[in-house]
Design a protein around this ligand. Structure first.
Ligand SMILES: Cc1cc2nc3c(=O)[nH]c(=O)nc-3n(C[C@H](O)[C@H](O)[C@H](O)COP(=O)(O)O)c2cc1C
Length: 200
């Protein structure tokens, strides 16, 4: 990676990789990296308006992009109604962006357990305590409940649920200091992918 082109593959004259996961793996941290990417997850609201929020990307591979959340959350109800979503990853220097759109399926139990084990203790406790009931309490009681929490954190919370976004599209956006930003859009085509450059 050079200072002028934060993501050379997107700007290169050479043919891009046929498999978008080659690029995704070059851009995203490995699954065992404790620093998880923060992604904007968009769903279709039950009222028909788009909905969005930040979640951690737990893991990804050719089967999809995994995220985890609370069973009682709004996104879970929305995904039950319309199992489609997108995620956007923005790199901190604003030089790169990745959009993934696709269908959402439940994550398998082994992957959900692995994501749970990789979460820091604070987030595991949060998964147990992050309820509407707690949110409605005054601050002193919320602090007391947090300090007094005693459940084991070694297994997934009852509320813990995982999903995998199976892409139909991956679009890689890259800035350039020397020319216009540019995108590479991969659309699923049968068993493979069709790739084309787009303006940034
Ligand atoms: C940096 C950051 C990371 C977050 N990670 C998650 C996450 O991995 N899973 C999750 O359910 N909520 C996460 N949240 C909270 C969500 O943004 C959101 O408030 C919550 O999931 C409820 O969303 P919903 O009502 O749209 O379902 C995170 C928030 C921030 C700011």
């Amino acid at each position: 990676m050079t200072a002028g082109d934060p993501a050379p593959a997107v700007h290169a004259d050479a043919p891009p990789p046929a498999d978008p996961f080659v690029l995704a793996r070059a851009w995203l941290p490995a699954d065992d990296d404790p620093e998880r990417p923060r992604v904007t997850l968009s769903t279709i609201g039950e009222d028909g308006y788009p909905d969005a929020r930040t979640v951690l990307l737990s893991a990804f591979d050719e089967s999809g992009f995994a995220f985890h959340t609370a069973r009682a959350s709004r996104k879970v109800a929305e995904l039950a109604a319309v199992p489609r979503a997108s995620i956007v990853v923005l790199w901190p220097d604003h030089g790169r962006q990745l959009l993934v759109r696709g269908d959402v399926v439940p994550d398998d139990e082994a992957a959900a357990a692995a994501a749970w084990a990789a979460r820091p203790e604070y987030l595991r406790q949060l998964a147990w305590l992050n309820t509407e009931e707690l949110a409605a309490l005054p601050l002193a009681e919320r602090v007391g409940r947090w300090a007094g929490f005693r459940a084991a954190l070694d297994g997934p919370a009852d509320s813990w649920v995982g999903y995998r976004l199976r892409p139909i599209e991956l679009t890689f956006w890259a800035a350039s200091a020397r020319t216009a930003s540019r995108r590479l859009q991969y659309l699923r085509a049968g068993a493979g992918w069709r790739c084309r450059p787009l303006p940034g």
